[in-house]
Write a protein that binds this ligand. Sequence first.
Ligand SMILES: [Zn+2]
Length: 223
Amino acid sequence: MEYTNVRYKGVNGSESSRDIQRASVRCPFCKIQMIPKYLYSCGNKDIGVGVFCQCTNPSCEKPFLSEYILKNNMYMYSRVLPNLSLDKKEFGEIISEISPIFCDIYNQAYAAQQMNLSQICGVGYRKALEFLIKDYIMSGIDDDKKDGIKQKNLAKCIKEDISSPNIKAVAARATWIGNDETHYVRKWEDKDIKDLIGMIDLTIRWIESEVETKRLLEEMPMP
Ligand SMILES: [Zn+2]
């Protein structure tokens, strides 16, 4: 592991230096991965320090703050601290068409996650999942049946209104973890928000495969 010596400014104005991990980071503005220019560091040296960095991409050069945590006498890279330019997840044409509101809620939850609002981003992901599943079901049924789906409990919709066994299996599990994020008592102690996001991503991939397969079969019916 490589280290770099960075100037350190104490709260009383004193100056010294600290060794920090020379980690490659993703610029929060231009999103390019690079070893930034380290300007100087400050913060509680016994816990960790914030390092003022500058992006080395010539068309960006924006400054940002990253955090290094003290571990075994070394400051190890932890994360780029949040700023107003949050990452957004882009969804493919199929998902954006089935449920634009899912994409919106998902990105609000993702924004909360990037701001370390860990207690509420799970609730957001759970809500996003409900819109994704219900909008997917409603994309394949008649208008007069849609109100019934909107009113129905999500777990019941997955059980009764989804025919694909893969979507059914994954979405059901995502719902279990999602419910854990909203309720006082957790049932799945060893699963967390990362698992929930992974299961939502998997649900998306199954929905996309299902829709793509259906389109292909419609375009090329059996002779
Ligand atoms: Zn940049």
